[in-house]
Design a protein. Sequence first.
Lengths: 435, 307
Amino acid sequence: MFRGARRRTALTVLLSLTASLLAACGSGSDAGGDLTAEPVTLRFTWWGADDRHKRTQQVIEMFQKKHPNITIKGEFKEWNGYWDSLATTMAANDAPDIMQMDELYIASYAERGALLDLNEAKKHLDTTNFDQKALATGAIDGKQYGLPVGLGMYSIMANTDLLAKYNIPLPDDTKWSWDDLEAIGEQVAKAGGGQVFGVQSPGINDTAGLSIRARQQGKALFDKDGKVVLPPEIATQYWTYIADLAKAGIAPPPSVTVEKASAGLNQSATATNTAVFGFWWNTQLTALTVASGAKLKLLRLPGESQGKPGAYYKPSMFWSVSSRSKHPAEAAAFVSFLANDEEAAKILLTERGVPANLKIREAIAGQLKETDKAAKEYLDTVPVSDPPRITPNGASTLDAIQKRHTEDVLFGRATPEAAAASFIKEVQSEVDAAK
Amino acid sequence: MSALDELRQLRRGGVQVRKRDNRAAFWFLAPWFAGLIFITIGPVLASFGLGFTKYNLIQPPKFIGFDNFARILSDERLHNALGVTFTYVLVSVPLQLACALGVALLLDRGLRGLAFYRSAFYLPSLLGSSVAIAVLWTQVFGTDGLVNRVLSFFGVEGKGWISDPDTALSTLIVLNVWTFGSPMIIFLAGLRQIPAMYYEAAAIDGASKWSQFWRITLPLLSPIVFFNLVLQIIHAFQSFTQAFVVSNGTGGPSDSTMFYTLYLYQQGFSRFDMGYASALAWFLLLIIAAFTAINFWAAKYWVFYDD
């Protein structure tokens, strides 16, 4: 009898193995099926800092209470390690079911077939309350590879405490030009006496500054087909400006800039009160205010009133589901919960950006802190134009390429002209190589 | 039964015993064989095949012939990475061996507490390629780091050594030199092998310590020097962790710490070009093989075997 029980167990194991194998084979097709009542474990991965991990973990627990048969295993990392490990787990066919995805990478993953078209799981994923323009930023050729989580805008953060200390009036950001920023930066640098600088060097963390420069002059980094169409003159102008800031002592010395950039947000010039103006995404206001302990004010970028407005809404990140997930329906249900549940939203607030779900944006409005309110107000009031084309497949190293060229310019290893030419050539060859 | 038959029987029995032993040995070795085949040889062969393909980690590989190898010739960033790697190997290995030999000579003179010093000098070797030490290094050589504190004590104004492309590689060379422990232990063992009578005879003939070192110690130690040289060059070519941690995985600033292995890694995991990364891995194998061959060829002229 004992032996019989054992044989039966063996049979059950064999059957369930076969079943799960079969399920794996048909994974794409049951995205629109019913949610299972069987116990299911989903893996969910994101990048971020401590605060995000705590909030996300709380929301996971809320979801598990509503769906006792679904277990969500959270895996979180720093930005750099995140992409390395996502690439390796994808290659090993061991990708997490639900991923936090970035604008730089979404096309690279989607066009290699790694992401599920969320339209297939429409039954479980409610997108009715989303801003249509925002929703479109996660779609490629009509397929919804990512659900935008929040929106952000590139901005300048000004340390008003330091400005008051030096008796320098806050500039009028509805009118100021790039030259105005340089001039007021110089005033600050003089008053700061080598301890406090005018401007935290741009061109290190993000390519948005370059993109906006081009947009202000009616140009762009990429055209619709993903070809690099950035005019070399604009790139030259961009790197000349960066080099001038460093040479004039308006920005910190290059080696300090590089060191602070690799040390993360909390060590940045803005967070350590060593530069008055810094380029950041508006939603980072809360984190930087906490880190610096100073009063920070969001300003529009210079040059917005001289030419066309270059500002745009950038989806801060997306929720994506792996195309190889064995439980796409359940994964979609979890994404839907993250995006639509008001209780969950009250925990997540604007930590991942101002919600792209308009109903949720209003639902949490009353709960926001001063700084979150300021970030939301910036998004609601600053004029924008249509968003740029999504970063094409192959160009996910765009920020890294840009940073290296900025370093070449800062350390005098390349002239702005040479950097501009080499940048355009390299980005184009990356896009071509991925075809 | 004749004696001959008996012998035959015995032998056959012996063979059987040996056979059984062999089988047992095989089973004991099996886990290791499995590891060798599935974790080492399999991937190595696979990477050779992938070197001739375009493979983005998700879609199936596409055969493209020698394109990846042709790209090696025209890839300017790779040529820069080769320059960085050669500088690192050719500067840090001789310095490291010189330090190892110097300290080994000091310790060989029979210090009190030798075991303690030996362990103390060996310790960095155990830690050297670890992530923790690389993180420590960024602190030591940072703008507000230990090095600059000491310099400011002498009135010298420091800078961010790691964040400046002119000095970033030097800090990694210092890190490698600092981990001289394992060649030092091997030198120490080699020094013990040199018979004391040579030195006694030389001393009686009035040879100075200096000429004793050049004429006795170094020639008799040359096989050990050779062994360490070959090993450390191969080791240095494969360095990865230090550059990866110190530069946050970027090889920066301005590609100044872009080791060959780091570039290879970026091609595979940031650019999703595993075909090119595989080709690069095989090219590195060729480079290391060439260096080792040159080493063995040159050894004929300077390595002295005392038997």
